[in-house]
Ligand binder design. Structure first.
Ligand SMILES: C[S@@+](CC[C@H](N)C(=O)[O-])C[C@H]1O[C@@H](n2cnc3c(N)ncnc32)[C@H](O)[C@@H]1O
Length: 378
C-alpha cells in the first residue's frame, strides 16, 4: 500500500509508513559510523562533522536496540547545523525508530522548532522529487487500483457502537467518529450555497450534513456497487436536489458541470489520485467556489502529516489555489473504536481541515491580463 515516500501512501491508510525505511540493524557499522552515533548522542558537533568526512561513514545507520539514527539524536539535541549536514550526507528524513518516531518527532518533542522546520523542509523536497520520479514511471503502466471496487463491503457497528463501513479485509472504509469532521467539511463547502459536489458517499455523513444545508443542487459521485445500492435503498435518489452519479470520479468528471462547493473523500486511492483530482479543479470549481478534502494524509505520524500538508498546499498554490488549514481537536484513541479494525488510519489529536479557494490575486491578475489582451487586439 505504500512506497518509500510519506505522501505516496494510501490517503486514508498510512499505517505502513512506519515501516518505510528498513532498519540497518543487521549491517555491521564501521568505526566512523559508531563515532558519528556517539558524537550525536553526546551533542559533540565537531566530532560528528569529523566522522561525516570519513569515506566509511553511513549516515543511514540505525543502532539496533532503539533503532535511533544520528539524525534523530542530532534532532533531539536541537543542532540544526548538524541536522543539515546529516541530511546532505543522505540521512533519510523519514526513518523511524522502533517506536515509530522519526527525527522530526524527536525535534518537536524536545521543543526545537528550527530543527523541526529544517527536517520538514528536507521532507518536502524529498517528497516532491520522488513524487515526480514516481509519476514518470507510473505513466508507463497506469493501472487503476480497482481491487477495492470488486470487494464485498458491509455496514456494521464497531466496538464503540458507532456505524462503520468495512471492506472484505476488515479495513474500515469509513467510521462514525468522523461525524464531527464531516459536519465541519459540509459547513465549509456549503458556505456559499449553490451547487455542491461530494466525491465518495461512505456512510453518507457528509451528505447528510450537506442536505441539512439545502443547497441548490447536491451531486454525489460513488463508485462502489454496494455503497450505491445502499444509497438507493435509503432513498437518496429522491432527496431534494440530489443527483447520484454512479462510477469512478476518474471516469465521470467530464460529464459534470461547475460547482460552488466540492468535497473529496475516497478510499483505497493514492496521493497521486488526489493530485489528479486537483488537476481537474480548474474545470470543476467556480471562481468563488470552496474546495476541501478529507485530510488523512499520513495521519499516523505528526511529522509525516506536516510534510504532506505542506506538499499538497504547495502543489495547490502552484495551480493558483490557496489553502488554509483549520485545526480541529479530535480524539479517536479509544480502544473500542479500533476493535477488529485492521487499519488504524488516524492517530493524531488535531485534524487540519483544508479550506481551498482560488487565489484572489491570481484572479485579479487574470482579469487584468484579459483586459490588456482585449485592448491590444482592439
Ligand atoms: C471514506 S468513504 C467517504 C465517507 C464520506 N465522506 C462520509 O461522510 O461518510 C469513501 C467512499 O469513496 C468511494 N470511492 C472510492 N473510490 C472512488 C472513486 N474512484 N470514485 C468515486 N467513489 C469512490 C468508496 O466506495 C466510499 O464509499
Amino acid at each position: 500500500m505504500v512506497s518509500t515516500v510519506a505522501c505516496q501512501g494510501s490517503v486514508r491508510d498510512a499505517a505502513a509508513f512506519l515501516a518505510v525505511w528498513k532498519m540497518t540493524a543487521d549491517a555491521e557499522p564501521s568505526a566512523a559510523t559508531l563515532a558519528l552515533i556517539t558524537a550525536c548522542r553526546q551533542q559533540d558537533r565537531a566530532s560528528a562533522e569529523q566522522a561525516l568526512t570519513q569515506p566509511a561513514v553511513d549516515a543511514c545507520f540505525q543502532e539496533p536496540v532503539e533503532g535511533q539514527s544520528a539524525l534523530m539524536l542530532a534532532a533531539e539535541g536541537g543542532d540544526t547545523a548538524l541536522v543539515q549536514s546529516l541530511l546532505e550526507k543522505g540521512a533519510p528524513w523519514n526513518a523511524t525508530d522502533r517506536r515509530g518516531n522519526c527525527a522530526g518527532d524527536y525535534a518537536a518533542r524536545a521543543g526545537h522548532e528550527d530543527t523541526f522546520e529544517a527536517i520538514i523542509e528536507a521532507g518536502c523536497r524529498a517528497e516532491l522529487l520522488l513524487a515526480a520520479l514516481e509519476r514518470k514511471s507510473a505513466s508507463l503502466s497506469a493501472e487503476p487500483p480497482e481491487g477495492y471496487l470488486r470487494q464485498q463491503l458491509h455496514y456494521d457497528n464497531g466496538g464503540d457502537g458507532g456505524e462503520r463501513l468495512m471492506d472484505a479485509e476488515s479495513c474500515a472504509v469509513m467510521m462514525s467518529w468522523e461525524g464531527a469532521l464531516m459536519q465541519a467539511h459540509a459547513a465549509t463547502v456549503c458556505s456559499q450555497g449553490g451547487d455542491i459536489l461530494n466525491v465518495g458517499f461512505g456512510l453518507g455523513l457528509v451528505d447528510d450534513a450537506i442536505q441539512s444545508r439545502q443547497p441548490r443542487s447536491h451531486t454525489i459521485i460513488e463508485a462502489h456497487p454496494d455503497v450505491h445500492a445502499r444509497m438507493l435503498a435509503k432513498g437518496w435518489a429522491d432527496k431534494p436536489g440530489v443527483i447520484i452519479v454512479f462510477g469512478r470520479w476518474q471516469d465521470v468528471l467530464p460529464q459534470l458541470g461547475q460547482f460552488d462547493g466540492i468535497f473529496f473523500d475516497t478510499y483505497s486511492e493514492y496521493y497521486e489520485d488526489l493530485r489528479q483530482f486537483h488537476l481537474a479543479l480548474p474545470k470543476l470549481l467556480r471562481p468563488d467556489g470552496i474546495y476541501s478534502f478529507f485530510n488523512g494524509l499520513a495521519a499516523t505520524n505528526a511529522t509525516f502529516h506536516t510534510v504532506c500538508c505542506r506538499v499538497v498546499a504547495g502543489e495547490l498554490a502552484r495551480m493558483g489555489i490557496s489553502t488554509q488549514f483549520i485545526p480541529l481537536p479530535i480524539d479517536a484513541s479509544g480502544n473500542d473504536t479500533w476493535k477488529d479494525v485492521t487499519n488504524k488510519y488516524w492517530q493524531l489529536d488535531t485534524y487540519l481541515l483544508p479550506v481551498c479557494q482560488w487565489d484572489s490575486e491570481e484572479q485579479e491578475q487574470d482579469v487584468q491580463n484579459d483586459d490588456e489582451e482585449r485592448a491590444a487586439t482592439g
